[in-house]
Design a binder for this molecule. Structure first.
Ligand code: WT7
Length: 655
């Protein structure tokens, strides 16, 4: 008897996956008592982790929560992040340990430059040198340094060099547009930008420095630009402003003692999308963040000395900050860093990398897993993936079908999967299995980690025991965002005002099941999650209306089997402008220029007016129903009911 594949999945999701006994026996955490111990005294739980770090001055108080939502962790302590990520490992005799196996996209053509073994000693040397370069450019404690880089070891060096001298980095994902880079540099008043001539993508250099040059000219505060030569494209350099990374580092003083930083000094800014058109500058501080990412990286990934860990995210997102750079380096881990595309030169590139370096832990996003699934089993099938012992997922809910494929085809049915829920704002993982303890269910991030408390509230703000509602976090945690850069009121309003200042509003809907497992349903605000990357509807709308042909635009997220969600745009062109495929293409390009390629609408529908209430409000819910092909019911109260038919017709037509 043949079964429908969907039914298979449905039946499979009833399945649960206890940790394999051998895995559990050898796991760092296999005593369920850890949850109770941490819950009984979360402050001493976190203090225990903090004490494993190297302090310049010990902290006096674990947590000051006297003025919520303004938490202070490890007050009185002084510490340096780069010293914890580098010096202490080198001093312990592990200078020759590999921090990153770096693999260029063109590794097979690039000779010895194509595959580099980056040791802790090398990172420390480069970090000190680059820290001195930054100092020489006038960067001091508290100054902001922008980083717009491909996946190169130099990106990690630049971040660590900032932490060495107490500068605050502001990394912008390399796929963002010049306009986004400019905006983020402008609002953070960055003094220096670190970038590369170009990034290699599917064998071709894609310019970075020359692409942002004209935007840089409009930034009066930006004094210097340091350029890593990745592709030898020789971009124009502006005399007095721009300098070459290699030359500067080679001649720099190799000694730069770590700056003693206050536990609550800012460590970095990272802009992310919110409900408005203006991105939010999430501020993370020093000691609490480092404690959180160190602890969660070790616990969730069951990290051992001989692991080869690969987080395949980009350094430009928070996942890269916490789980490529700070968590793994603080733990002295050996990681893989891959520069390029997953399908270059062929669709088995990742699996070749797993085999080559004998990767034991792989951490990636559901959107990537779904692509691999679509490409076919033959690509992972070509390689020996038996070194893998643990798999991770992050960025969006993972659908059971993708979970099961990942488990079977990548994990050989032997590796636990940790589905990790967290956010840019939380700094580190919050809800996740512990792989030696938690029985997993495909699609559920399971339960809060030890020391973390979550709740689900219904529409009357009552705590839900079994059922759905809005997810909140009810206890402060060390990695929590401290504020929004230059927008302290927006921080309080966005996350803390709703439930009384000691309860953090996540922005996700979620459900507790009968076994106490959490299932994340999705965002409850105007945030769209495309391939695990956060975009705001307003941001995309304001990009669209900035195009001269557009009178009005509304944007919604729709479910998409590849990218989780995809963007659908509803556009009213200006009078006399012709709509159609040409305008669609032009608008897609315009959005790519304003924000970045990932924000391009998947589909664009045109109408002479958007569906509005009689008072003139755009009816987004109706647009969502149109896009989902739902029965629209009575639309007679609309100002112009006719537009609905026209939009529905366009949605159903393939573009
Ligand atoms: C939003 C945060 C965490 C780093 C990458 C994204 C969604 C994240 C999961 C997961 C279900 C997830 C949530 C969250 N999300 N991880 N395991 N299961 N949803 O960081 O850009 O700050 O986005 O991503 O909606 O709120 P981000």
């Amino acid at each position: 008897m043949t079964q429908e594949p969907e039914l298979d999945v449905l039946l499979e999701t009833e399945r649960t996956f206890p940790p394999p006994p051998a895995f559990a026996d050898a796991a760092l955490y296999n005593d369920p008592g850890v949850y109770e111990r941490a819950a009984a005294d979360p402050e001493s739980w976190w203090a225990g982790w903090a004490e494993e770090l190297d302090w310049i001055e010990p902290f006096e108080q674990v947590l000051d929560w006297s003025d919520p939502p303004h938490a202070k962790w490890f007050t009185g302590g002084r510490i340096n992040v780069s010293a914890n990520c580098l010096d202490r490992h080198v001093e312990a005799g592990n200078g020759q340990r590999i921090a990153f196996y770096w693999e260029a996209e063109d590794a097979d053509q690039a000779g010895p430059e194509g595959r580099k073994e980056i040791t802790y000693a090398w990172l420390l040397d480069q970090t000190q040198r680059f820290a001195n370069v930054l100092r020489g450019l006038g960067v001091g404690k508290g100054d902001v340094v922008g980083i717009f880089m491909p996946m190169l070891p130099e990106a990690a060096v630049a971040m660590l060099a900032c932490t060495r001298i107490g500068a605050v980095h502001n990394v912008v994902f390399g796929g963002f547009s010049a306009e986004s880079v400019k905006e983020r540099m402008e609002v953070s008043e960055a003094k220096v930008l670190v970038t590369a001539d170009a990034t290699l993508r599917r064998g071709n250099p894609v310019p970075m420095k020359s692409q942002i040059d004209s935007a840089l000219d409009e930034l009066p505060v930006m004094k210097h630009v340091v350029v890593v030569d990745r592709c030898g494209t020789g971009p124009p350099m502006k005399e007095g402003r721009d300098l070459d990374w290699a030359g500067a580092v080679a001649t720099a003083d190799p000694v730069c003692p770590p700056e003693p930083m206050d536990a609550e000094d800012p460590l970095y800014l990272l802009y992310t999308s919110g409900s408005t058109a203006k991105p939010k500058g999430i501020v993370h501080t020093t000691a609490g963040y480092l404690t959180h990412v160190t602890a969660t990286h070790r616990m969730v990934f069951d990290l051992k000395d001989d692991d080869v860990y690969w987080c395949a995210a980009d350094i430009g997102w928070v996942t890269g900050h916490s789980y490529i750079v700070y968590g793994p380096l603080a733990n002295g881990a050996t990681s893989i860093m891959y520069e390029g595309a997953p399908d270059y030169p062929e669709k088995d590139r990742w699996w070749e990398i797993v085999e080559r370096y004998r990767a034991s832990i792989l951490y990636t996003a559901p959107t990537a897993i779904r692509s691999f699934m679509k490409w076919g089993d033959e690509y992972p099938g070509r390689h020996d993936l038996s070194s893998l012992r643990l798999l991770g997922s992050v960025g969006e809910p993972i659908n059971p079908r993708a979970w099961l494929w990942y488990h079977e085809k990548i994990g050989g049915s032997r590796c636990p999967i940790v589905d990790t829920w967290w956010q840019t704002e939380t700094g580190g993982i919050m809800i996740s299995p512990l792989p030696g303890l938690t029985t997993t269910k495909p699609g559920s991030a399971t339960v809060p980690l030890p020391g973390i408390e979550a709740a689900i509230l219904d529409s009357e703000d009552k705590v839900v025991k079994v059922g759905a509602g809005t997810l909140v976090l009810t206890k402060p945690w060390p990695g929590m965002a401290r504020t929004l850069y230059r927008e302290p009121d927006r921080f309080v309003e966005t996350y803390w005002d709703r439930y009384g200042r000691d309860t953090y509003l996540v922005g996700d809907a979620a459900r507790w099941d009968e076994d106490g497992y959490i299932w994340i349903v999705g965002r409850i605000d105007d945030v769209i999650n495309v391939s695990g990357h956060r975009l705001s509807t307003m941001e995309v709308e304001s990009a669209l209306v900035s195009h001269p042909s557009v009178a009005e635009a509304a944007v919604i997220g729709v479910n998409d089997e590849d990218t989780g969600q995809a963007i659908v745009a509803f556009v009213t062109p200006r009078d006399g402008v012709e709509d159609g495929p040409e305008l669609t293409a032009e608008l897609r390009q315009h959005v790519a220029d304003r924000i970045g390629k990932l924000a391009r609408p998947r589909k664009t529908c045109f109408a002479s007016d958007l569906p509005k209430t009689r008072s003139g409000k755009i009816m987004r819910r109706l647009l969502r129903d149109i896009a989902a092909g739902k029965d629209l019911g009575d639309v007679s109260t609309l100002r112009d009911p006719g537009v609905v038919d026209s939009l529905s017709e366009q949605i159903n037509r393939d573009q």
